[in-house]
Design a protein around this ligand. Sequence first.
Ligand code: ADP
Length: 310
Amino acid sequence: MSIQVNKVAKVYGQQRALNGVSFDIPGSDVVGFLGPNGAGKSTMMKIITCYIPPTEGSVHVCGLDVMKNSIEVRRQIGYLPEHNPLYLDMYVKEYLSFIGEIYKIPNLKKRVAEMIEQVGLGPESHKKIEALSKGYRQRVGLAQAMIHNPKVLILDEPTSGLDPNQLVEIRALIKEIGREKTVMLSTHIMQEVEAICNRTIIINKGNIVADKPTSELRSSIQSGGYELQVEFSGVISRSSLLKIKGVADAQEDGKNMWIISTNTSEDIRKDVAEMALQQQIAVLTMSKKEQRLEDIFKELTGAKEISTAE
Ligand code: ADP
């Protein structure tokens, strides 16, 4: 078991930030921890990385209790906090060597060179950190988090503030790292979990509201029905669409264009095409509209704060 979280609660004064959270992440994987601001993501990550203790419950990392074995747990974990605290006036190699010395890594020069290669810092490695773009600073943050070759990586909002090109590159890098390690990353961006996470844990107001393979998140929450967008070659009446078995509603959406809502998960496309054919009308286009993850989140939490902006 890489990460085992069992009924964890965290109370800050009057504020209950986590409310009995449990989940297991057994092996190498990329797991997204998704929720709006203030949901409790950073708090959970700080507990896993031994920065703060839970008020109730227990956390084990690679079988070790974070409260009882914090030094050993820190050796197994690499952590990239939300505000990546780098020493800006150090050179990239100097900084990574400094971190490596703290971990007493043997053959440190070789290890620093490996990390620079792995995170794609080569062309920038001779620079001072203050001279690097935000994307390259994140790479330095990832390199420092991985220099001691931890089994588990905890990344708090690792792509926040990156421009679109940097986003794509850092996401690809995290996905690659997840082949060998357990990566847990927090985000408030839906597209992020879709882009890189195999599994998504959704948290809201300190409670877990969903924990599923990202690919299943949509279908499992859909309330049976779906929407079809259809363009006909001629006029079709609403009443003839409503007669089709499984159609709950039909709304005109432009000239001879219809949005058909179903109350079944069964495929009704053939029936729509046959009905049109009987009226000597052709179907020009027909597409199934996927329910967006944003909508699923609202359905689960009633929340509106989730971000879709990148
Ligand atoms: P997220 O990372 O999902 O944005 P946080 O874990 O940072 O959420 O915060 C969860 C809740 O706990 C928020 O309401 C936040 O204001 C509160 N909180 C976080 N840290 C502290 C703290 N040190 N003292 C008091 N309240 C805190």
